[in-house]
Design a binder for this molecule. Structure first.
Ligand code: PLP
Length: 349
């Protein structure tokens, strides 16, 4: 497998002279900042929010580096994983010419973001057991295929992809292979982070939106080789992570213990919810989950979805999604929320 990032990049990005912000150019100690056209008087808030934040968020990256065991220069931070997804299209895929492969049913933004960027989407549907169809995948690849998206654990199916299959793709595809590990903290299988040094074409996405409980702050992470991270940094808007998010994330990253406790509780509650749902006559099948949700096949998915809505409980109707026919996707809630859900479902005769 011959991976050369320069062959993969769009011409305009290879030649791009990136924006250089005031805070990029100044390094060192100073007490008077007249370089960035900020409001020097202050802000209506008590904090010094009148100043632009660190464009490369080094403090966060250093803390993440200690937690993940990955050097800071191999980390990119985005405004949610969604920004990490979009930037890859903009940097690597020529609109109207290049293509990308997804393995549905999977997370919707790989496709939406491709459409936004006018990049052709090719689909290698998962097999009936929700594993990769490697033969189909290989047949879809041509010289204009730039990115293959793998999601493990996968949304909405909840399963992890077989490691050997993922390795097969990594070893044979000369473009970028993105493994979206948004739900990895709930999985019994380990992350691919340790394999970053083995595969120059690997990009791993993670997020603080799930296990870390910080969906509102919008912080997505991409882990990759330094050359891929350099591309991310060239293309991103200069100050893509706001000061408030940076401060709150720095505080949250000190609480690994609390987050691990939540993960354990969610995994325990997932098992309990699965057992209770399994005892209901309306439930036909529950797919094994490595995530914080369950994909559940029921009698009359739309009817049950609407019934639950009437009770003030909203789940995700996936019954129109290929391979998920008849299924609802249910996030593990609090103990009380899960009990309410079961109580209401039990009342259906
Ligand atoms: C697989 C997957 N990736 C990424 C995301 C988006 O994450 P973020 O909140 O970091 O944009 C989601 C959100 O549901 C997801 O399911």
């Amino acid at each position: 497998m011959n991976f050369d990032i320069n062959n993969l990049l769009r011409d305009n990005i290879r030649k791009l002279v990136p924006y250089s912000s005031a805070r990029d150019e100044f390094k060192g100690e100073a007490s008077v900042f007249l370089d960035a056209n900020e409001n020097s008087l202050g802000s209506p808030l008590t904090k010094w929010y009148n100043r632009y934040p660190d464009p490369l968020q080094w403090k966060i990256k250093e803390k993440l580096s200690a937690i993940k065991g990955i050097p800071p220069q191999h980390i990119f931070l985005g405004n949610g994983s969604d920004e990490c997804i979009d930037i890859l299209y903009r940097a690597f895929c020529n609109p109207g010419k290049d293509n990308t492969i997804i393995c549905p049913p999977t997370y919707g933004m790989y496709e939406v973001s491709a459409h936004i960027n006018d990049v052709e989407i090719r689909k290698a549907r998962l097999l009936d057991d929700f594993q990769l169809d490697l033969v189909h995948l290989e047949n879809l690849v041509d010289e204009n295929t730039k990115i293959i998206w793998l999601c493990s654990p996968n949304n909405p199916t909840g399963n992890s992809l077989r490691r050997e299959d993922v390795e097969m793709v990594l070893n044979n595809f000369p473009g970028l292979v993105v493994i979206d590990e948004a739900y990895i903290n709930f999985s019994r299988y380990r992350s691919f982070l340790n394999e970053l040094t083995v595969y120059p074409n690997l990009v791993i996405l993670q997020t603080l939106s799930k296990a870390w409980g910080l969906a509102g702050l919008r912080l997505g992470m991409a882990f990759a080789s330094e050359s891929i991270i350099d591309v991310y940094n060239k293309v991103k808007p200069p100050y893509n992570i706001g000061q408030a998010t940076q401060e709150l994330v720095l505080k949250a990253l000190d609480e690994v213990g609390q987050v691990n406790d939540m993960i354990k509780l969610i995994v325990d509650m997932r098992a309990k919810l699965e057992a209770e749902l399994g005892s209901l006559p309306i439930v036909q099948h529950i797919y094994p989950s490595d995530a914080n949700f369950l994909l559940v096949k029921v009698n009359d998915a739309r009817g049950i979805y609407n019934y639950l809505l009437g009770k003030g409980i909203v789940v995700r109707d996936r019954s129109k999604v290929e391979l998920c026919e008849g299924c609802l996707r249910i996030t593990v809630g609090t103990e009380k929320e899960n009990n309410d859900l079961i109580k209401n479902l039990r009342a259906i005769l």
